[in-house]
Design a binder for this molecule. Sequence first.
Ligand code: F6R
Length: 247
Amino acid sequence: PVTVFPDQQKAAVRVAQRIANLIRTKQDKGQHTVLGLATGATPVAVYAELVRLHREEGLSFRDVITFNLDEYYPMQPDAAQSYVTFMNENLFDHIDIDKEKVHIPDGTLPREQIQAYCLNYERKIEAVGGLDLQVLGIGRTGHIGFNEPGSAPNSGTRLVTLDDLTRRDAARDFGGKGNVPTKAITMGIGTIFKAREIILMAWSRKKAPIIKKAVEGDISSEVPATYLQLSDNVEFVLDEDAASELT
Ligand code: F6R
């Protein structure tokens, strides 16, 4: 289903509430919650609302385990542009999560260790019972995670090459496209699909053309997000601008 909100802030509050309800419901049953998380501009307001719920409404992340979708490769965790830095600044440093329960792909590994590392990332997700909820943004190439055009629907966590458009969109954060890494480690489409619930969010007119393709276009590896049409567990959460080209 597609849910359209008047603006990003209202949508973000609703998504944060859904995450909080899931955490609280599972906590009441003595269970942990496994969240799949995204970086980038899209989820920032959701994370801000989760921080507010923690500070003002007693939401605890003690029983939460997280797996981030992706990280640039190569990338040092303490670099300003790393997804480790992003997650710490926007969420983890402001909540009571146990940092041992946080997982973000390691951008520092030697090439020959990456394949085994990626298989182990999948195993770790499975060992804690699988992802309860995966939060996604969408790139203008149609990528989810960093699954660029050409990604297979059953793909797993792996090293990928970033699309030129994705690197151009990241250029500002890196002070020029030439400084953007050419590769990344990302969960696969198959990894994302195993999540019991998936929420894809998009805001602004800039995302309207790719949202039209993702929601209404033919299912194709050319626009990896179209695979989400095959899942019954996906909600597209949009603001009016991102939804403006839907029929
Ligand atoms: C980030 C990720 C990407 C972004 C996408 C949109 O972890 O996996 O798929 O969600 O590139 O980025 P923003 O939100 O910056 O427009």
